[in-house]
Design a protein around this ligand. Sequence first.
Ligand code: PLP
Length: 437
Amino acid sequence: ERQQSGKKAGREWSRALYREAQSLMPGGVNSPVRAFRAVGGEPIFIERGEGAHLYDVDGNHYLDYVGSWGPLILGHAHPAVVEAVTRAARRGFSFGAPTEAENELARLVVESVPSIDLVRFVNSGTEATMSALRLARAYTGRSKVIKFDGCYHGHADLLLVQAGSGVATLGLPGSAGVPAEATAHTISLPYNDSAAVEEAFQRYPEEIAAVIVEPVAANMGLVLPQPGFLETLRRLTTQYGAVLIFDEVITGFRVALGGMQARTGVLPDLTCFGKIIGGGLPVGAYGGKRAIMELVAPLGPVYQAGTLSGNPLAMAAGIATLKELQKPGCYEELERKGALLEEGLRAAVEASGLPLQVVRFASLFCLFFSAEPVLNYAMARKADTRRYARFFWALLERGVYFPPSQFETCFLSLAHSDAMLEETLHAIAQALRVVAG
Ligand code: PLP
């Protein structure tokens, strides 16, 4: 029988594994946010996931709102995805030659996302953004790139300026080891600040190759684009001959099958994907207008390659995931669940009397421990991270796994039932009482 809370079985085995991990890997982890530094304490080692639940090595289970940071929109180990990957595995893992599965996933992407004529698969979101920017620079013959403070586009040198996610969590100004030359052409501006973008274009009318943006910012907590912001980016990039890149690594196939561009009608020139298109296996992709994508090797002079790119297992997981998402009613159901959770969150927040901001968009949500609405990174950084840490642990004790940082977003999946959402809201109300008390 399942235990009711995350506390009962203790965490001795997680603790032992973490000690060993620290002797083998920097900080004991292979991606920094996993180390729980932003909330103090030690990470939980996961044994398996099923639907909306995570099971740790000590026998505790948790309702999971991290979802591997976004890919698991169907929940853990969805039967259709498990079946597809298993079938693919029996045929061999990697060929370094084309497969039909690549056509199939590419077709799904091209047919689902309005602005995409051609797509190239890579192995991570980082590779996707790095390659898209190389391509944008080649296409325009220009060097400068505009990004936004608190947006995270992976860990390529040129993008590690005022970046969100783990960089925000650890309070790093960027990263050691990135030479000044690598970021000399990167301009980082406040999210939602259309005037700042306009000024940058006026200052460098013929030098800006691209604007890259998370069309919903989900790496500084969750910050929504204000009305007109994305439209302004589209207008200015068109006017000045720059490439508009939407980083839909999180929003792609999550806020709609066609991503944020389908929701807003603002169509970028290039789009980056990751997470959901790999269904939990390592995949990224970039794609867009034919005239730009035709510059990619072997058609054109922009080199980009990968031993495992288009990997058959990853393609199988992506295809199975997108096919599930194509079934009628998926996004309506995610919206209904999101709205249900939001309503309960707002009630819990009001009852707590704490200064909190509830932000929710589709199946993404975030609770900012902040008195004022958050529109950009400077505002996000004013959040009370110590309170968030107390909230995080109080929730975990009650069997609910939220991101171990204030500057991350919570992910809902189709596997979260209404009863689980109720259970979550109950735990949240209790955790807020702990924080307030
Ligand atoms: N872009 C966005 C919006 C992301 O959220 C992330 C990762 O969280 C990335 C890019 C980088 O993707 P990856 O971690 O697969 O390299």
